[in-house]
Design a protein around this ligand. Structure first.
Ligand code: AGP
Length: 384
C-alpha cells in the first residue's frame, strides 16, 4: 500500500487530491456557514432572496444526479421533518425527460457540484418551462445553473479536483440544512431559542469533524487492509442515514471499483441478505440522537438487526456514537462518530466512509483522483 506521511499540515501529507479534499472539509464548511449566517443568526438578506423561491403550496421537488442526488435524499428527510414540507427527489436524468401535464406546483431545487451536469441543467430548464420557481445549489457561483435559476445558493467548498465528491457533498448537506432553517423561520415552525440551538449545533460541527479526522484516517487505513478482499459491500442506513448509506456505496464503487449498494436497513431481509457472506460484509450506520424519539426507535431496530447479523455470522463494520458500548459488542469493527443532532449526523458520518473509499482505492491500486470512465462533470452533447 502507498505510504502516507503522517500529519495533516504539510503538503506532503496529501498524496492525492481526494485525501486533501477530505481534510479540507472543516474549512470548507466554515466558509459555507459564514456565507449564510450572520454571526449567530440567519441573515435577513438571504431570507429576502429566498422569497423568490419559497412555495406557498409547501411542495418541493429536488432533481440531481449521483452524489448530489444523495444530498437531496438527506434534504428530503430534513425539510419534511423540520419544516413539514412535502418533498420529492428525482433523478435528473429521468425528470428532464418526463412529459405530460403536471398538476403539482413544486418549488424546484437543482443540486450540482459543477452546476453544468447536462441532465440536471435540462431538469432546471424543464422546471422553468413548467413555470416552477427554481433554486440552484452549486459549487460554482458563475455556473450555468446558478445563472439560470431564480435563486442561487453557492457553496464555498473551493475547487474540488478529485472526481469523487467529498467536500462539495458535505457543503451541500450544510446548505440544505441552512435552507431548512430559513424555511422553518419563514413558516414560523421554530421559536427563536430552538432556531438558535440548531444554528449553534451546526456551527460546532466543523471543529468536531476536524478533531476526528486523524483518528479516522489511521483506523480506516487498517480497516481497508483488513477488508480489501471483499467482493462487495452492502451499506445500510435508516431515515436520513439511508442517504449516507447510498453515498458511501457510490463512493466505494467509483473510487475503488469494488461493488457496493446502499439499502434502507429494514430492506436487508427482503432479498439482499441472500448475498451476505464472508466476502460480502455489511457497513451499518448505527449512530443515534438520544434526544429524538424517532432516532432512538430507529437505533433500537438497528441493534436488533445487528444481533441477527451476529447470529448469522455476518461481517459488519458499524458506525456508532462515541461512547456507545452496545454496537461494538455486536459487530466485527466499529468506527466512532462524535454525537450530534440527528439531521446533522450525516455531515460527520459520511467522512469516515469517504476515508474507507480512499483507502480501499489505494489497496486496489486505483488512481483515486481520476477513476476510469468517469469525469468531474457529465456534460453531453444534445441528441441530434
Ligand atoms: C460524485 O462522487 C460523482 N463523481 C458523481 O456521482 C457526481 O456527483 C454526479 O456526476 C453529479 O455531478 P454534479 O454534482 O456536478 O452535478
Amino acid at each position: 500500500m502507498p505510504q502516507i506521511s503522517p500529519g495533516k499540515s504539510t503538503p506532503n501529507a496529501f498524496p492525492h487530491e481526494m485525501l486533501r479534499e477530505i481534510y479540507e472539509q472543516p474549512a470548507a464548511l466554515r466558509r459555507t456557514l459564514a456565507a449564510y449566517l450572520k454571526e449567530q443568526d440567519l441573515n435577513p438578506s438571504i431570507a429576502a432572496s429566498l422569497a423568490a423561491w419559497s412555495n406557498p403550496s409547501g411542495e418541493v421537488l429536488i432533481a440531481a444526479s449521483g452524489s448530489s442526488r444523495h444530498s437531496g435524499l438527506a434534504a428530503e428527510i430534513i425539510l419534511e421533518d423540520l419544516c413539514g414540507l412535502a418533498v420529492d427527489v428525482e433523478y435528473s436524468s429521468e425528470y428532464s425527460l418526463r412529459e405530460g401535464a403536471e398538476r403539482r406546483h413544486p418549488s424546484v431545487i437543482v443540486l450540482s457540484q459543477s452546476g453544468e451536469t447536462s441532465d440536471t441543467l435540462a431538469s432546471l430548464r424543464a422546471a422553468r418551462r413548467r413555470g416552477h420557481r427554481t433554486l440552484a445549489i452549486t459549487n460554482a457561483a458563475a455556473s450555468t445553473m446558478a445563472q439560470e435559476a431564480d435563486v442561487s445558493m453557492p457553496l464555498a467548498a473551493g475547487i474540488e479536483r478529485a472526481v469523487p465528491a467529498t467536500k462539495s457533498f458535505t457543503c451541500q448537506l450544510a446548505v440544505l440544512y441552512l435552507l431548512a432553517l430559513y424555511e422553518c423561520a419563514r413558516l414560523h415552525q421554530m421559536n427563536a431559542a430552538t432556531l438558535a440551538a440548531h444554528i449553534a449545533a451546526l456551527r460546532a460541527l466543523p471543529d468536531s469533524i476536524e478533531s476526528q479526522l486523524d483518528p479516522w484516517r489511521s483506523q480506516i487505513a487498517a480497516l481497508a487492509a483488513k477488508y480489501k478482499a471483499a467482493a462487495s459491500f452492502l451499506y445500510l442506513g435508516r431515515g436520513v442515514h439511508y442517504a449516507i448509506a447510498r453515498e458511501g456505496a457510490l463512493k466505494l464503487k467509483e473510487a475503488s471499483y469494488v461493488h457496493a449498494e446502499g439499502y434502507p436497513t429494514g430492506e436487508l431481509k427482503h432479498g439482499p441478505n441472500a448475498l451476505v457472506s464472508d466476502r460480502v460484509p455489511l457497513v451499518v450506520l448505527a449512530t443515534v440522537d438520544p434526544t429524538l424519539d424517532g432516532s432512538v426507535i430507529r437505533y433500537e431496530k438497528t441493534i436488533q438487526l445487528l444481533r441477527d447479523m451476529q447470529a448469522q455470522g455476518a461481517r459488519v463494520i458499524a458506525l456508532a456514537n462515541t461512547g456507545d458500548t452496545t454496537v461494538p459488542a455486536l459487530v466485527s469493527d466499529c468506527i466512532f462518530v462524535a454525537p450530534a443532532p440527528e439531521h446533522l449526523l450525516p455531515i460527520a458520518e459520511v467522512v469516515p466512509l469517504q476515508f474507507f473509499s480512499y483507502f480501499m482505492a489505494l489497496e486496489h491500486g486505483v488512481d483515486v483522483d481520476r477513476p476510469r470512465n468517469l469525469s468531474k462533470a457529465v456534460v453531453e452533447q444534445p441528441v441530434a
